[in-house]
Design a protein around this ligand. Structure first.
Ligand SMILES: *Cc1c(COP(=O)(O)O)cnc(C)c1O
Length: 435
């Protein structure tokens, strides 16, 4: 299979080129040229896997990349990447949570980032690869954790000194080995500026093989299709048909939902999706009015979804041939403000004994709003509630313990390189570490 740009202005390329390039030369995002459905035999095997993410990821991954990677290589890669459970938990009669937060940084980005790390390694030829990222906190910790110990790769992660949380700094700066944490004496924008200089520096790039690890990369997107197929373990309802399922996705950059749309295209039996957002609601607004008006983002309690111009939107649109009507057949929109989210965390905890994080709460709310009688609903729970203690604890009026992975990370010794906002210093750091 070949991969094409969402803007249609670049030639189709093989997967390996799309994987290492990030964006297409015309500025668009890579997407599959054509999606073949899974065969009935493959779908049977997926159902028989009964929610086993490694078995499912092996089938779905080697189907999507069937000309590029063998089933055995895919299995090895997924086994290594997805070494944590992705349980489907029943919250009430017809509603389940798909818990995507049991990885090392307790958020769903672990799924994409850990698999991407191993895909990049699989497709390298032994030349050391440097992943350079600027972070305001969360992305950097997920990427650092994801690549830790992956051979022939090293991560250099730049973060603004004193401006990331204690846990986030611990997750970047306590790993060592192939992970270099760099504390920049400046802002997140300064970090991004430094990274941009490096990617624009041809001299540097003739010595160091640099790649970004951003969320629009196919290596992150494709593995996110895997966990949607865990839903097939729900089976059909009594005397019913698989297709009465509604899936609600808490969305910011819309990578997660785009992966769901790909899953549906290749055979996931789902009726429709709910695009659930906080007040950064450009996509729900589009689904209501047909007009897409990106804007600056607003800060909310679900801050991993504070996105005013979602990068995957053009990919979603291109997948539907730019047809508003057909997009609207598959996706309903929903948006919620902070007060509603916080109140709902409290009332769901009291009523069902289930603890939501602010992102999962938005997905739950979106599902409740859009579930018809006789349908079954699943919402994606994308972060561990303990990651958002400052919101969740007041909402339930009780303290929640820090999970062991975070408690241990905080205790480990840390080391960061210190850097002024000075590109030549970053360049020599990048060059020094290649030898
Ligand atoms: C990144 C993130 C999201 C949003 O996912 P997108 O793919 O950007 O839509 C939702 N919840 C959490 C906890 C996240 O970290």
């Amino acid at each position: 299979m070949r991969w094409v740009s969402s803007r249609g202005g670049s030639p189709a390329v093989p997967f390996i080129d799309a994987l290492f390039a990030g964006t297409a030369p015309d500025g668009g995002l890579y997407m599959p040229e054509r999606l073949e459905p899974l065969s009935p035999g493959q779908l049977d095997a997926i159902r028989a896997a009964n929610g086993d993410i490694v078995a499912i990821g092996t089938i779905v991954g080697s189907h999507l990349l069937r000309d590029e990677i063998t089933v055995d290589a895919m299995r090895a890669l997924v086994t290594d990447a997805l070494d944590f459970p992705i349980p489907l938990v029943q919250v009430t009669g017809n509603i389940w949570a798909l818990e995507l937060f049991h990885g090392p940084t307790l958020a769903f980005k672990d799924v994409g980032a850990r698999t991407q790390a191993r895909l990049l390694h699989h497709f390298t030829d032994g030349t050391p690869l440097t992943i350079l990222v600027a972070t305001s906190g969360d992305t950097g910790s997920a990427v650092a954790q994801a690549f830790h110990g992956v051979p022939d790769t090293r991560v250099v992660v730049l973060y603004p000194e004193g401006k990331v949380s204690d846990v986030q700094e611990a997750q970047m700066a306590s790993l060592g080995d192939n992970i270099t944490a760099v504390a920049v004496h400046g802002t997140f924008d300064d970090c991004q500026w430094l990274v941009k200089q490096a990617f624009a520096d041809d001299d540097l790039r003739s010595h160091v093989w640099l790649t970004p690890a951003n969320s629009i990369n196919l290596g992150r997107l494709l593995p996110q299709t895997f966990y949607y197929f865990v839903l097939t373990s729900l089976g059909p309802p009594e005397g019913g048909h698989y297709r009465n399922l509604v899936v609600s996705v808490p969305s910011g950059n819309f990578g997660n939902l785009t992966a769901g749309l790909i899953a549906k295209r290749i055979g996931l039996p789902v009726n429709r999706f709910v695009a659930a957002t906080n007040v950064n609601d450009v996509v729900p607004e589009y689904l209501r009015t047909g007009e897409y008006k990106p804007r600056g983002s607003v800060r909310t309690v679900a801050n991993a979804m504070d996105v005013g111009a979602p990068s995957n939107f053009e990919r979603m649109r291109a997948m539907y041939g730019d047809s508003f009507e057909s997009l609207r057949c598959d996706i309903a929109g929903a948006a919620f403000d902070d007060a509603t989210v916080v109140a709902e965390i409290g009332s769901v905890f009291r009523q069902y004994g289930y603890l939501l994080d602010p992102h999962g709460a938005i997905a739950w709310l979106g599902l409740r709003q859009n579930l018809a009688a006789g349908e079954r609903g699943v919402f994606l729970a994308t972060a561990h509630p303990a990651k958002f203690r400052e919101v969740v604890e007041p909402a339930i009026g009780d303290a929640i313990p820090l999970p062991p992975v975070l408690a241990e990370a905080i205790k480990r010794p840390r080391h960061s390189e210190k850097l002024r906002v000075d590109y030549p210093t970053l360049k020599s750091l990048l060059l020094a570490r290649t030898r």
